[in-house]
Design a binder for this molecule. Structure first.
Ligand SMILES: Nc1ncnc2c1ncn2[C@@H]1O[C@H](COP(=O)(O)OP(=O)(O)OP(=O)(O)O)[C@@H](O)[C@H]1O
Ligand SMILES: [Mg+2]
Length: 373
């Protein structure tokens, strides 16, 4: 057959994707179909060359890219060309693993070839190193070839072990293969077993959780114990902690973006925050939370209105001062940091969680403060 006619033939083949079924094919070309799946249909062009016609360009691009990654190896069909919806490639002959294992044993040597295949997948950059046994072909010389690789790349979530290969082998051959892996690669075997166990546990938990219908009213009532805004003193402490947390994280981000050593940043934050706390505590002796009801969250009307105007004015002034100091500084740093924002990428707030260190310092300072008074 003449490959020059390829474009003409391609125009005469229509492949349509279906949901959960093999593609629908309308073939008005003289090409003979060799097989089809959910992504495309394969037609013979010559003794050695076939063309896979896809239902969409995305699958076509992915398969071409995946095949091109493996062209330096002997595992995949050779590529000869590509169109928007088709790939011209070598015909893979031999016997596929599904047929082979129907009459032949899974030997240690064959298991070794399967592990080597997975190693090659990983080496060439496939994200999903898993294949159904029918997509793996044994060659007359005993080597393996693989077709249908579009799903080896660009998969968001993949099983971290060759689940499809294992399950497609069937219970008996799966056990044989795993025993071979255990013998040849005990660490890999242990890892796969771990993932298999994790998967089993996840399934058991999901089976338990899915049918459960939680008592929403009970949860709502009980969850009230988690609320923190009712008790004013507690609320102020929580809000204080929140603002502190935000401030510290933003500051560290900004400083890291500027290339400053995180330890130095943390020490400076401690110093800065301790000063603010000392100022605050000296202005608000014990028992005075500094909190005034009208600045609580929207919807809380009860605490409004029953405070004397003097107290209100004072505490408001104090608070606004405080706020001004903290957030002015914060803003400045944040905007400077934003220019070199790449530092933020490396920042993980928890890594710099120095709560213990700060608590110790705070205790020490409180001691000093008391002595001063
Ligand atoms: N390079 C090839 N050489 C020989 N036969 C092939 C080749 N590629 C595909 N085939 C045949 O065409 C069939 C369908 O191809 P393929 O499995 O690649 O389609 P698919 O739509 O991607 O399948 P799936 O639904 O599993 O993704 C195969 O089962 C095989 O019989
Ligand atoms: Mg496919």
């Amino acid at each position: 057959m003449d490959i020059k006619n390829l474009e003409q033939w391609m125009k005469k083949i229509k492949v349509k994707n279906l949901v959960n079924a093999d593609v629908e094919v309308v073939n008005d070309s003289p090409l003979v179909m060799m097989g089809k799946g959910r992504q495309g249909a394969v037609f013979q062009i010559s003794d050695d060359i076939c063309v896979k016609v896809f239902g969409n360009t995305e699958d076509c691009d992915r398969e071409y890219y995946a095949l091109s990654l493996g062209q330096q190896t002997t595992l995949f069909p050779k590529l000869y060309g590509k169109g928007a919806l088709y790939i011209v490639m070598e015909i893979i002959r031999g016997v596929d693993l599904r047929e082979y294992l129907q009459s032949q044993p899974l030997t240690m040597a064959l298991s070794a070839k399967l592990i080597e295949m997975l190693i090659t997948f990983k080496q060439i950059g496939y994200e999903r190193i898993d294949h159904h046994k029918r997509q793996i072909y044994l060659q007359p010389d005993g080597s393996l070839k693989v077709i249908d690789v579009a799903r080896t790349i660009w998969r968001d979530r993949v099983y971290p072990y060759p689940r499809k290969l294992l399950t497609s082998l069937g219970e008996e051959n799966k056990a044989i293969f795993l025993s071979h892996v255990q013998e040849m690669s005990p660490e890999l075997y242990a890892e796969w077993l771990h993932y298999i166990r994790m998967e089993e546990i996840s399934r058991e938990i999901t089976a338990l959780l899915l049918p459960q219908d939680p008592d929403k009213i009970k949860i709502k009532n009980l969850s009230n114990t988690l609320l923190t805004t009712e008790d004013e003193k507690n609320y102020v402490t929580k809000l204080h902690g929140l603002v502190h947390k935000v401030f510290k994280e933003e500051w560290v981000k900004a400083m890291l973006a500027r290339g400053v050593d995180p330890e130095t940043v943390m020490a400076k934050i401690d110093e800065h925050w301790d000063k603010l706390e000392q100022n605050f505590e000296s202005r608000h002796p014990e028992g005075d939370s500094g909190y005034e009801g009208d600045r609580r969250f929207a919807g809380d009307r009860n605490s409004k209105g029953d405070r004397n105007s003097k107290g209100d004015r004072n505490s408001k002034g104090d608070r606004d001062n405080r706020k001004g100091k903290i957030f002015e500084g914060d803003k400045g740093r944040r905007s400077r940091g934003a220019k070199g924002a790449k530092g933020g990428r490396h920042f993980a707030g928890d890594r710099y969680d120095d709560r213990n260190r700060r608590d110790e310092k705070r205790d020490k300072n409180k001691g000093k403060d008391k002595k001063r008074r």
